[in-house]
Design a protein around this ligand. Structure first.
Ligand code: GTP
Ligand code: SPV
Ligand code: MN
Length: 595
């Protein structure tokens, strides 16, 4: 080991993990640029990374074709009773799960180095921040953690001074026998992958995958699943939300936090450049928000991450120019295609499709090829400071005061562009019943409609019924200082399967209406599902949307909404006794309003 660890809990955990996993060496990370470069050189030499000659200090990785996204079916919330994990989580009893995983971990790092990665979620030393230590045998994880979290010897110093931490054990599950050549992306087969959480002891054990949220344990595992359970105990919120600051032409600031399921538009909205004149948008975070009630009685949000692990396909200068400028240099690309001149490429990046590429599986690709050149869940990893519109206050330890919450999802039909909740309780009902078509951010079927409450179905570390109670209690605590709640759907389609709404920068038109609602300046009409803008309430100047399209986008079809009710009832029934009474009433009210 390269340093002496003074924190007793950390020292004994490292020793315990080493005895179990049997690595060839142990290395404690310091988060320096020099360390990053050294690690990347190793990854280049071993053939895991490809250097991109067209982009400064940028690299391409190709994962194993079986290891391309989060694995919700292999993700577990291991509480002492199954009931506590609730209906939205997979559960195995802690003793059984640990026994199984100890069996897998035994000798799993043979032939590899065990990296010890001390990191902070949130600014180092801030009272809102949490320290984690990830033990991993993946150098790819190390370089990504450098960007996504604050990896630093300063964190180790805090640990040495006795600070507590959340242990995050990770192995790709692929020991390397002596003399055997490594593969570019080692990992374990699906049935032995486990992404396990023990929220009662703030512990994470991940085995078998090297990809994204399965392996970068600060993100979904710590900052959402474990943090949501802590937040419930301690009276705050850990949410799958972007955070942005919108400034009106008059200079008034509004802070918005929005929860959309994976690959449903958070990164894009977080960096959106308004098409409405005079409005300015700045990014604070694109995936996770931690929120606490401040001394002013309002909810204040911080982004616990320090980088973006963003969906590449669909990202272009016309859809998300700020993301394109964020990824000009110092980027890790995973599962993108490779151009002949040494750049990354993906579907939707450019109007002209290159005549030849190497696809994400390493095969020759031409426009005639049937398969996508980039995997639909191909991602870029880039530091937040590289975003041209990162808000100057993005690292403020006290966070920003939230004015507006938005829930939403991807619905090709039924759900209109935007509506506002009648009350906090109604807003919680909208979050609780949110539904979205599944995406390739998870391994499994794509395009299946499912209820994804608060975009937290895969990320809530405890019983979802208790989570809903927690949100209702938060509303009571905030009272008149609670943010206003809205619901949006950018993804409604016409009969030809085309998106009705232009989206992206034009989403600012919807956000402007929300801000004006907060200020009591804009009108709305009552509908059975909520308050909706009349056409004159939305700023549609310069938008070429045909009146029939606009009408369809804003329509509430009573028969279609009535058809939603049995599904909502079935969804609510899964919460049993733990479904808040007030949400049952909200459902009854909706049924009444639908007539
Ligand atoms: P995670 O990182 O998985 O949590 O995803 P995310 O919620 O940040 O989604 P992201 O912003 O990366 O968007 C996912 C996909 O949706 C991309 O292909 C985008 O181009 C597309 N998208 C985002 N916003 C819009 C929009 O307003 N309209 C349309 N039509 N597509 C959008
Ligand atoms: C998501 O799936 O919501 C992501 C990507 O943000 S991952 O880090 O893989 O969870
Ligand atoms: Mn996400």
């Amino acid at each position: 080991m390269n340093v002496t660890v003074k924190n007793k809990k950390l020292d004994s955990w490292i020793k315990e993990a080493a005895a179990m996993c049997q690595p060839d060496a142990i290395y404690v990370c310091d988060g320096t640029r020099e360390e990053y470069d050294r690690m990347m050189s190793k990854l280049l030499a071993s053939g895991s990374a490809i250097s991109l000659t067209k982009r400064s200090n940028s690299y391409l990785f190709r994962s194993d074709p079986s290891d391309v996204a989060r694995v919700e079916d292999r993700t577990f919330i291991s509480t002492s009773s199954k009931e506590e994990a609730g209906p939205t989580n997979n559960w195995i009893a802690p003793a059984e799960l640990k026994a199984t995983m100890r069996g897998l971990y035994k000798g799993c790092m043979k032939g590899r180095t065990m990296y010890v990665i001390p990191f902070s979620m949130g600014p180092i030393g801030s009272p809102i921040s949490k320290i984690g230590v990830e033990i991993s045998d993946s150098p790819y994880v190390v370089v990504n953690m450098h960007i996504m979290t604050r990896v630093s010897s300063k964190v180790l110093a805090l640990l040495d001074a006795g600070e507590d931490f959340i242990p995050c054990l990770h192995s790709i599950g692929a020991p390397l026998p002596p003399g055997q050549k490594d593969v570019p992306w080692p990992c374990a087969p699906m049935e032995s992958k486990y992404i396990s959480h023990f929220p009662e002891e703030n512990l994470i054990w991940s085995y078998g995958s090297g990809y994204g949220g399965n392996a970068l344990l600060g993100k979904k595992c710590l900052a959402l699943r474990i943090a949501s359970a802590m937040a419930r105990r301690e009276g705050w919120l850990a949410e799958h939300m972007l955070i942005l600051r919108l400034t009106s032409p008059e200079g008034k600031q509004y802070h918005i936090a929005a929860a959309f399921p994976s690959a449903c538009g958070k990164t894009n909205l977080a960096m959106m450049q308004p098409s409405v004149k005079g409005w300015k948008c700045e990014c604070i975070g694109d995936d996770i928000a931690w929120m606490k009630v401040g001394g002013d009685g309002r909810l204040h949000a911080i982004n616990p991450e320090s980088g973006f692990f963003g969906v590449a396909p669909g990202t272009s200068y016309s859809t998300n120019p700020m993301a394109m400028d964020t990824i000009g240099k110092n980027v890790i690309f995973t599962n993108c295609a490779l151009t002949d001149d040494g750049d990354a490429w993906w579907e939707g990046m450019t109007d002209d499709v290159p005549a030849h590429l190497i696809d994400w599986k390493g095969r020759d690709w031409t426009p005639e090829s049937k398969a996508d050149a980039a995997h639909p869940n191909a991602r870029f990893t880039a530091h937040a400071s590289q975003c041209p519109v990162i808000c100057k206050d993005w690292e403020k330890p006290e966070g920003v005061p939230i004015d507006i919450f938005i829930f939403g999802g991807r619905r090709g039909s039924v759900v209109p562009l935007v509506y506002e909740a009648y009350s906090w309780e109604h807003g919680v009902f909208l979050g609780a019943t949110a539904a979205s078509e599944t995406t390739s951010a998870n391994i499994g079927a794509v395009g299946n409609l499912r209820r994804d409450p608060f975009a937290m179905k895969p990320f809530c570390g405890y019983h979802m019924g208790d989570y809903l109670h927690h949100w209702l209690a938060m509303g009571e605590r905030l009272g008149s200082r609670a943010p206003r709640i809205f619901y949006v759907n950018w993804f409604r389609k016409n009969g030809d399967g085309k998106f009705l709404w232009p989206g992206f920068s034009d989403n600012s038109r919807v956000l402007k209406w929300m801000c004006e609602r907060v200020d009591g300046k804009a009108g709305a009409r009552e509908t059975p599902i909520g308050l909706m803008p009349r056409e004159e309430d939305l700023d549609l100047a310069g938008l070429s949307l045909t009146p029939p399209d606009m009408q369809e986008l804003m329509s509430v079809n009573i028969a279609e909404w009535k058809a939603e009710i049995p599904d909502i009832e079935a969804h609510f029934a899964t919460f049993g006794e733990r479904l808040p009474e007030r949400l049952k009433h909200q459902l009854q009210d909706l049924v009444k309003r639908l007539g």
